[in-house]
Design a binder for this molecule. Structure first.
Ligand code: BEZ
Length: 238
């Protein structure tokens, strides 16, 4: 792939306050992230309406919306297409597309129109060496205080794994609730890591006396948290 001249683009980073903007969406006007205060929100971009990878992604995400809602998380999509294109595409998905057992799929979360590319540029979603006129597949996880907690980028050709996005959300919430970190491939019910990443002091010093702690070495200790505990605290399930 031939590279265009590198330009310096400022992009929000993990730990930053999510840049604010007002936008027109398929569900009315929004004020981001202010309207989502007290909730998690996933802001994600797709390259273009009426394209196959994006269609498979929207059908999958819309089908999982309730699952994200139960984890106190709202979804907000964006592409540089206009509102009427968004509306026509979402109607086509609902009325015509049957894919992998999903049909009559209604997309009820807002899809931002960003013809000016102002929001896409503000969030580093336009990556000119991939495509200068379309957003890449970016995913921003913003917490209830409006702080960006995770950013994932995919190229145009690669559809996202929405189970992984859900796993990331639950892992972030579990880390916050229990003050721990999560190891590779963690899923609810797996052991978690103590102390949380980035804190000082060894796990052994801090956790001495806790019988359920398991140490692989002085710097690597885990403890169990049951799936039920995670579901109870994070998903508020009984
Ligand atoms: C797609 O969603 O299928 C797609 C969009 C833009 C470029 C390539 C693929």
């Amino acid at each position: 792939m031939e590279q265009t001249t590198q330009s310096v683009i400022s992009m929000p980073r993990i730990g930053d306050k999510a840049p604010s903007f007002k936008a027109v969406t398929t569900q009315g006007d929004i004020n981001f992230p202010g309207d989502y205060s007290g909730k998690w929100v996933i802001l994600f971009s797709h390259p273009a309406d009426f394209t196959p990878v994006c269609t498979s992604e929207f059908m999958t995400f819309a089908t999982m919306e309730k699952q994200f809602e139960e984890a106190n998380c709202k979804l907000v999509g964006l592409s540089v297409d206009g509102l009427y294109s968004h509306i026509a595409w979402l109607r086509t998905i609902k009325e015509k597309i049957e894919y992998k057992g999903m049909k009559n799929v209604e997309v009820n979360f807002p899809l931002i129109e960003d013809i000016s590319m102002n929001v896409a540029k503000m969030y580093g979603m336009i990556q000119p060496n991939e495509d200068s006129t379309k957003a890449v597949r970016a995913v921003f996880f913003v917490d209830p205080k409006g702080i960006i907690r995770t950013i994932i980028y995919y190229p145009l050709s690669l559809g996202r794994n929405f189970d992984e996005l859900y796993r990331v959300l639950i892992a972030l919430q579990t880390a916050d609730e229990f003050n721990i970190a999560t190891p590779a491939d963690w899923r609810p019910g797996d052991d978690v890591i103590i102390p949380p990443a980035g804190s000082c002091g060894t796990a052994k010093n801090r956790m001495d006396g806790k019988e359920d702690m398991k140490c692989y070495d002085w710097f690597f200790c885990t403890r169990p948290i049951s799936k039920e505990e995670v579901l109870k605290k994070v998903l508020k399930k009984k």
